[in-house]
Design a protein around this ligand. Sequence first.
Ligand SMILES: Cc1ncc(COP(=O)(O)O)c(C=O)c1O
Length: 488
Amino acid sequence: MNKENTVKIKFYNGETIPLELHKARVVQKLNLVPVERRLEALHEGGFNTFRLTTQDVFLDMLTDSGTNAMSDRQLAAMMHADDAYAGSQSFFRLQQAVEEVLKKKYFLPVHQGRAAENVLAKAYITKNAGLIPMNYHFTTALAHITQYGGRIVELLYDEAYCIASAHPFKGNMHIEKLEAVIREHGRETIPFIRMEASTNLIGGQPFSVQNLREVRQIADRYGLRVVLDASLLGENAWLVIRREPEFANATMAEVIAEITGLSDIVYFSARKLSSSRGGGICTNDLTIYRELEALIPLFEGFLTYGGMSVREIEAMAVGLYETLDETMICQSPQFIAWLVDSLTAKGVPMVTPPGVLGAHVDAMTMCAHIPQTQYPAGALAAAFYLISGVRGMERGSVSSQRDASGNETYADMELLRLAVPRRVFTLSQLKYVEDRLVWLHENRRLIGGLKFVYEPPVLRFFMGGLAPVSDWPEQLIAKFKADFGDSL
Ligand SMILES: Cc1ncc(COP(=O)(O)O)c(C=O)c1O
């Protein structure tokens, strides 16, 4: 396991395994249905793991969004929520948490992260001035930008696209390319620069504070705004402390303040950032606040609830403070690092260095025999569910959207993401994941491709339906039964 990811508690036997600094006080029963039922479930759900129901899922590694474990303090806070359409005290507690943690005094609540993206796109994107330079897109951010006639340009360094890498900050924006894009297209065509903390779609990879400082310098030079997607800011900050020498002795609060201080607008999915629900947009600029304010009642709800229940608002406030607690933030990246390191050691191609939010399997390598036209990452996600009951998420071409002419845009990476929500799974559960994935890797040639049978026009990966191109699922089951007998 990477030394940087281990907690400070050492084991006498020399093992470097993550040690949880929390205990479970509420638990939820899981069931593992037989492999035959899992095949039925896949057919019913169009070989799309989004469409499985949790009754058929053993370990739900689809996402960390809204699935992180809440703390006892968050649950307790939900009980003293103040129900009011306008002027709720719950809102003011949240506003204070935003100011203290994210250091922004103007706050607009929204019902989840993509709602913030909708508001920002509606406010700032037009057909003529809609070019958004970013380190990398997130599905919903891209969908909202294009919905309003905008387009994006992704400016990562080449290293970010190397699956196996030791680069500590694969989420860094390419500074020279950023300046070149601004010069080529003109600053007036660019409403803002978007930086995503712990860049989700390339394997949860962080940016460095130094990189953000350089982005800020360019933004100031050309009079542009920097928008930060802070959904995974806590983990990005934690990795900055571990990987950026200048911050080796900094606190989470200091790094978070440094990052948000370099951004004009900060938005987030609270489903991730604060282990709750909801979302928000915040800024210290009154002009920006006024530009966005009127859109909240239009799309979300009154300005003191923004589409959230007051209970969610209370949980979010407490969750924001808890983001500053290293013992909470470190649990998921440490488990991910354990899983990535163990699988890499056994030959399974993984995105490295280990990032945040999940462990990412490189389907392009593991399923090199499946052409990209047959969605290798989608096929791997379906195959892994079939032989394990573990639900991961396709993060590849199924998750991409067609271009304006309706052509496929194949993803840079074909990944199976196995999310590790905060404080949810145990190490033995991850050992099961490791065991089944190693078996699947050894039997990878039995995995076949998929084809779309139902393709929604927007965000197709959520509800799209696919089908196997051959009887490969049956053949995979036959091998599973030969090797595992009557084991589930
Ligand atoms: C980086 C990032 N931005 C935005 C979003 C959208 O947030 P939400 O799911 O709350 O709408 C997500 C969700 O996963 C995300 O990971």
